[in-house]
Design a protein around this ligand. Structure first.
Ligand SMILES: Cc1ncc(COP(=O)(O)O)c(C=O)c1O
Length: 409
């Protein structure tokens, strides 16, 4: 992979966005207005997927019509070349070579291929995952016990987390489990939005002969970095979250020289094993979605990732700062800029049950018109996740703060 910067370097780049730009409400209002979102309800649940901005949606509509009209006559002749050019564009945007990336339908498909296909494990080896990892990736990790005869170790990440505390937690787990060969790392948690110090942990892992498989489903486009900054050889990403491509586009990334460590997909017996596209067999996909990726990248690039990250953090800070003053509210995501992006989770103090957080999200919606989502699976208990996006206005965040004062009061 090319262009190695550290994540700290990326954080510094974001910090260098002129404050006037990050705070230029006119500019951000114009960007928010590019999203045809229903504003009857304040939408603070952009973690599920990222809506397309109007130009992306227009491009997608055009591609749907084109694929439908030109049918297989197009798909069998011009389309492969066009998709290949798009793969090259995505590779360049991500900082990897085209041979290191292949489209999938989503991050799950990519991570599933990496976790289940990682073939360096031998019976008696161990693998590691954590409570913050995505449920289906945890399930894939657990399945390795039966599939590969390995010990599956699960840790609970420190709560409240700190940058160093997270590094220390993985360091302790690596020391305690000398048979570890592979670790799953989730760059940005879908539960709390916590940003893991992936580069630091992956480097520590590498020194011990442990490979890091990184779930960057929420990282790409939310955090200002490029894939090589993660310092990992195996990564799964989504383009339909923070890149705002149509639903159904993700990618698997395997660093040059590491392809042999991931099995060829069983449905690809005659594929060239030296081609990364042999690692995931998707079958027929929404070609129009893939063909619209350049429009999504154009839109993102017109904003700039550092500026975008600064804006997302500003939206997040706008509610977290006053919420920290509320005696009855517990914020689960730290304020260290290395540890968060757009997403942050909270709960009412001591209210850790699933039901309590379902009710909390319901009160916000039915009593105040604020849409959020409860999240389960943290070792410390359930919570409510709040996810603004570029479509969100500061005014909407202020409405959420008022609602929060009310429900926490
Ligand atoms: C951390 C993480 N990994 C993986 C996924 C799965 O994404 P997809 O459903 O697009 O495959 C998500 C979805 O929210 C996620 O948050």
């Amino acid at each position: 992979m090319m262009d190695r910067r550290t994540l700290l370097g990326a954080a510094a780049a974001a910090a260098s966005v002129p404050p006037a730009l990050a705070a230029d409400e006119d500019r951000w209002a114009k960007i928010a207005a590019q999203y045809d979102i229903t504003r009857k309800t304040v939408q603070l649940e952009h973690g599920n997927w990222g809506m397309m901005a109007r130009p992306v949606l227009a491009a997608y509509r055009g591609q749907v019509e084109r694929v439908n009209r030109d049918t297989s006559f197009y798909a069998r002749r011009e389309m492969p070349g066009e998709i290949e050019a798009i793969r090259a564009r995505v590779a360049a945007a991500m900082g990897v070579s085209v041979q290191e990336i292949a489209f999938t339908r989503n991050a799950t498909e990519a991570m599933r291929a990496l976790i289940l296909g990682y073939n360096r494990l031998r019976p008696g080896d161990a693998v590691l995952h954590a409570d913050l990892d995505y449920d289906s990736m945890q399930a894939c990790m657990e399945s390795l016990k039966a599939r590969r005869g390995v010990e599956v170790v699960k840790i609970a990440l420190p709560c409240p987390p700190t940058h160093q505390g997270l590094i220390d937690a993985y360091d302790a787990a690596f020391r305690a489990n000398p048979r570890l060969r592979m670790v799953l790392l989730t760059q940005v948690s879908h539960r709390t939005g916590l940003v893991l110090p992936v580069a630091e942990i992956a480097t520590m892992a590498r020194a011990r002969g442990i490979d890091a498989l990184v779930d960057a489903a929420h990282g790409v486009g939310q955090i200002d970095y490029r894939l090589p900054d993660l310092g990992a050889d195996f990564i799964g990403i989504n383009l339909h979250k923070w890149i705002g491509a149509p639903l159904g586009v993700g990618a698997i990334v395997i660093r040059e020289g590491r392809l042999a460590d991931i099995d060829v997909d069983a449905a690809e017996p005659s594929a060239n094993p030296g081609d990364i596209r042999s690692r995931v067999h998707t079958g027929t996909v929404d070609y129009a979605a893939q063909l619209s990726v350049p429009a999504a990248l154009d839109f993102q690039e017109s904003i700039g990732l550092a500026a975008k990250q600064a804006r997302l953090r500003a939206l997040r800070d706008r509610w977290v700062r006053p919420a920290r003053e509320l005696a009855n509210v517990e914020i689960l995501t730290p304020d260290d800029p290395r540890c968060y992006g757009a997403i942050t989770a909270f709960r009412l103090k001591g209210q850790v049950s699933h039901d309590a957080n379902v009710v909390l999200a319901k009160r916000l919606l039915e009593g105040h018109g604020i849409f959020t989502v409860h999240r389960d699976g943290l070792a410390s208990g359930s919570c409510v996740r709040v996810t603004p996006a570029l479509a969100t206005t500061m005014d909407e965040v202020d409405r959420f703060v008022a609602a929060l004062r009310n429900v926490a009061g």
